[in-house]
Write a protein that binds this ligand. Structure first.
Ligand code: FEO
Length: 396
């Protein structure tokens, strides 16, 4: 499959409708994904990025239907991660001397992955490549989201090839932002930002400000995953600026794990207390053992405050609870408030352990932890309701 994006630009990537997990099991892709590769045919011919390794052979076969591979003058590797560079070894068997343009860190990354001494050309921000009628300008985008990442801007068509930035794991056909389901698109965009880019938000803000300062006309953003932003591409740039600025909505998320439903009951009564204190706040409650972890993290991203609960087991907390807390810590959320809770039978360490983990993760702890012995009775549940009320009052 290939399709024309403009007279000069052809999409030659792969739509992966069946992908359910990405980065091993680190990211759930309920809606599949796409690996977008772009062929520019001007006086010179350029291939921007390739596709994920399992699709390498079919990528090259499909590409041959669009262009004689020997006519490719340059390859641009905006990012060395395998989902974009995975077909390079197969492609380079056919055109071994074709120069590969990438950052210095890109060379390290590609050599690290493939151990090949290809014809690398190192580029820096502001370097250009003349294609005839159009020109490519490279912009290093370190830590968006790897040290090697760069953007490539094409003058004439005024396209920003942004690699992972502004992308989503979203299989769609047609692959354009204005024709897909807008709710699905928004959800996949914010999930992608929350789960991949949150730790790099300060880089996001600086890089967008830098690119905007160039005053380049922008007709389209062509990322390496998901839809091409051809209708009002500035909308996703504006969203990124908003999300990068310690984003939060009027939402409180309660995440818990439970062995015998006691901690679940605590979660629900804490939620009732929050509702009594605040009629407007959105409350969401998730069981970390049941709900997809990346969906939970997206809700944490949207929240102004969270409560995390788990029962005590072996003087510690449950597998699902420590897993989600570790992921929360890694994403380095900012300006969010938190508290913790849990049931216990005898030693009762879990709420304190959770509180310490949330503190390490950078959350402001606004209430001492609450714990309830065995299965919470009516009095215990009333204490949870009061706890929720007090928590909501503190974060209003
Ligand atoms: Fe889509 Fe960082 O690779």
């Amino acid at each position: 499959m290939a399709f024309k994006v403009t007279d000069k630009v052809t999409w030659v990537g792969k739509i992966d409708w069946t992908l359910k997990k990405f980065h091993g099991d680190e990211y759930s892709t309920h809606k599949g994904s796409s690996y977008n590769s772009y062929l520019i045919q001007d006086k010179k011919t350029v291939l921007i990025d390739t596709v994920w390794l399992p699709f390498a052979k079919e990528f090259v076969e499909e590409l041959k239907k669009v262009i004689d591979l020997n006519k490719i003058d340059y390859i641009i590797a905006n990012h060395g991660e395998i989902d974009h560079s995975g077909a390079l070894p197969e492609l380079m068997k056919h055109i071994p001397n074709t120069p590969i343009y990438c950052t210095g860190n890109g060379i390290k990354s590609l050599k690290g992955h493939y151990h090949q001494d290809w014809n690398f050309v190192q580029v820096k921000t502001g370097d250009t490549l003349d294609l005839g009628e159009s020109k490519l300008t490279f912009v290093e985008a370190r830590m968006l989201h790897w040290p090697d990442t760069m953007f490539t801007y094409m003058s004439g068509d005024n396209i920003l090839f942004s690699n992972d930035g502004f992308g989503q794991h979203f299989a769609a056909d047609p692959l354009y932002n204005d024709v897909v389901d807008q709710e699905e698109l928004y959800h996949e965009c914010i999930k992608y930002y929350a789960n991949i880019l949150t730790p790099f938000s300060s880089f996001v803000t600086k890089k967008i400000e830098e690119v905007l300062s160039f005053n380049l006309p922008l007709n389209m953003i062509c990322p390496s995953h998901g839809v091409i932003w051809r209708d009002n591409p500035a909308q996703i740039v504006e969203k990124y600026m908003e999300w990068a600025n310690n984003y939060k909505e009027n939402q409180i998320t309660i995440v818990y794990d439970s062995m015998w439903n006691g901690t679940r009951r605590m979660a629900e009564y804490i939620g009732e207390g929050i509702r009594e204190a605040d009629k407007d706040v959105t409350i969401k409650i998730y069981n970390a053992s049941i709900t997809d972890k990346n969906d939970i993290l997206t809700e944490v991203f949207k929240s102004k405050a969270i409560l995390v609960g788990a029962p005590t087991i072996n003087k510690s907390i449950t597998y699902a609870a420590i897993g989600i807390l570790e992921m929360i810590k890694g994403l380095a959320f900012k300006e969010k408030k938190a508290a913790s809770f849990g049931t216990y039978g005898w030693s009762g360490e879990s709420p304190k352990i959770i509180m310490e983990e949330l503190d390490k993760a950078g959350f402001e702890i606004v209430s001492d932890p609450i714990k309830e012995l065995w299965n919470p009775d009516e009095k215990a549940l009333e204490r949870c309701r009061e706890y929720g009320k007090a928590f909501a009052d503190k974060i209003k």
